[in-house]
Ligand binder design. Structure first.
Ligand SMILES: Cc1cc2nc3c(=O)[nH]c(=O)nc-3n(C[C@H](O)[C@H](O)[C@H](O)COP(=O)(O)O)c2cc1C
Length: 218
């Protein structure tokens, strides 16, 4: 039975934090509504939390959120995740992106989470845009694709209920592998300070036209 939903994120400018917390809280609420023992929700910034303080087990669902930088996962985020042991916890991996292309970031994040011992049961790329309007300069508060996040949360919660429904591990339904297209990137994006991320975000917004919508896989 699921007792905890833990959101962990890397978020230099704050948008991925909002996306991850929204996902974790919505899923936690849906699971809590049908759980006799209750479901707790906690969220952590990966870079500010000691990895030993976040404990995952088969009664936990992890929501792991990272931004797509030039179609990849930022290196400090990947390094922070590598220090965490998934211990077989179910995980939903989520990438935030500015509506251009998320490239291999979702594939990379899902693969990485599996290497850390998580059981990937779903993945989504959600638009988190700082563009006030097309081609304008950076807006302070990001707009997130709330509708897609809500749809994904509902569908993912149903899947979690099906998979976690049985107390005996051996009798539980085994999920089909989640298919996300992509390949491991050849090189990675290195450390970026929040200030540099905000400047880069402004440049990115001026160059970009929103092309793609959020998409998710279960
Ligand atoms: C250096 C940099 C590179 C980015 N590259 C992409 C990209 O390739 N495709 C895209 O759609 N958005 C891109 N973005 C936009 C971010 O992925 C998106 O706004 C993300 O939500 C920012 O997360 P944060 O607010 O947690 O920092 C980039 C942003 C930065 C700062």
């Amino acid at each position: 039975m699921i007792r905890k939903v833990i959101g962990i994120y890397y978020s230099p400018a704050g948008g991925t934090e909002i996306m991850t917390e929204t996902l974790a809280r919505k899923i936690g609420k849906i699971l809590d509504d049908c759980s006799p023992l209750g479901v707790n929700v906690e969220c952590f910034d990966m870079l500010k939390t000691q990895s030993d303080n976040i404990v995952f087990d088969d009664e936990t669902v992890a929501v792991i959120g990272m931004p797509a930088y030039v179609g990849k996962i930022p290196l400090p985020a990947a390094a922070a995740l590598r220090r965490i042991a998934g211990n077989g916890a179910m995980t939903l991996t989520a990438v935030s992106y500015g509506g251009r292309k998320y490239g291999n970031a979702l594939f990379e994040l899902k693969r990485l989470s599996e290497e850390c011992g998580f059981k990937a049961i779903g993945a989504g790329a959600f638009m988190v845009s700082y563009m006030a309007r097309r081609g304008s300069s950076r807006s302070a508060v990001p707009s997130i694709d709330g509708e897609a996040i809500m749809d994904f949360s509902k569908a993912a919660s149903e899947k979690i209920k099906r998979l976690a429904g049985c107390e005996i591990e051996e009798l539980r339904i085994k999920p089909m592998p989640v298919e996300v297209n992509g390949r491991m990137p050849v090189h990675k994006i290195s450390r970026i300070s929040p200030k540099a991320a905000a400047i880069a975000q402004g440049v990115f917004n001026r160059m970009s036209v929103l092309r793609r919508k959020s998409e998710w896989f279960l």
